[in-house]
Design a protein. Structure first.
Ligand SMILES: [Zn+2]
Length: 253
């Protein structure tokens, strides 16, 4: 009898504490929502998963390129005659004043890591849906200079890789490509040093890590393809990979 009373009392107390904590949690969430409303970055809808920045309807209406599934697509043609690439693509079209521009801007300048996660997830799903990227062994994010990365707090290409990896957990990220260090400020460099940096902006931390691997270089936006070309041609010469493919979140029309 006494035991039953204790059990009932404990049960009521637990329910009371749990409902009290739930109410506190709801008050805190409501309070933060007043000042930091978690709404869709595009349409303002509040029906949003807290881990993302776009509602499902806006994500569905993004301007998808389908390039990853198309052989000899526009992006691959950019690199023809410039550097040897196995497959290339970008998931979305980038146009001025579009939602894709808002997402990329938020990722690069507004510290919105969730935008990177969303874009990376989209790229990962594109890779899964395509038959052309099946042999990828590892991902290489295009590096930022140490200075830029320190200021931003992260490298956006690394966030994209992590978003891809959520969809393809078996593909490791190997951040072995780094921006070449410049020891002095640009104004104090002599012309020879400046030309050297311009000609060779990258270095490798582990020259053997990519040997005989099918590598995928990852960046945020492809416009002229100059950065991707420089990275691919450097890695092709210095890292001896089996093949090089490229993927970006967006392609500037
Ligand atoms: Zn929306």
């Amino acid at each position: 009898m006494l035991n039953n009373t204790i059990i009932r009392f404990t049960f009521i107390r637990c329910r009371f504490i749990s409902s009290f904590l739930n109410r506190i949690q709801a008050y805190i969430a409501g309070f933060f929502h007043l000042f930091y409303p978690h709404i869709c970055m595009h349409c303002g809808s509040e029906e949003l998963d807290s881990a993302t920045v776009l509602c499902q309807a806006c994500e569905k209406n993004l301007p998808y390129t389908e390039f990853l599934s198309i052989e000899h697509n526009k992006i691959e043609k950019i690199f023809w005659g410039r550097v040897s690439i196995q497959e290339a693509g970008a998931s979305l079209f980038f146009t001025k004043e579009s939602i894709v521009q808002v997402l990329i801007f938020a990722l690069k300048y507004k510290h919105q890591k969730k935008a990177g996660r969303l874009l990376g997830n989209i790229m990962g799903q594109d890779i899964i849906n395509s038959q052309r990227f099946k042999n990828i062994d590892c991902m290489i994010p295009i590096p930022l200079s140490k200075n830029k990365e320190r200021k931003r707090g992260y490298n956006q290409a690394m966030l994209l890789c992590q978003g891809i990896q959520e969809k393809l957990p078996h593909i490791p990220i190997l951040p072995v490509l780094l921006k070449q260090k410049s020891s002095k400020s640009q104004t104090r460099q002599n012309r020879i040093e400046r030309n050297h940096l311009r000609a060779q902006p990258f270095r490798l931390v582990d020259p053997t890590a990519l040997a005989n691997k099918n590598i995928l270089i990852v960046d945020d936006v492809i416009t002229t393809g100059a950065t991707m070309e420089a990275a691919a041609s450097y890695l092709g010469k210095e890292a001896q990979p089996r093949s090089i493919s490229l993927v970006a979140a967006a392609y500037t029309i």
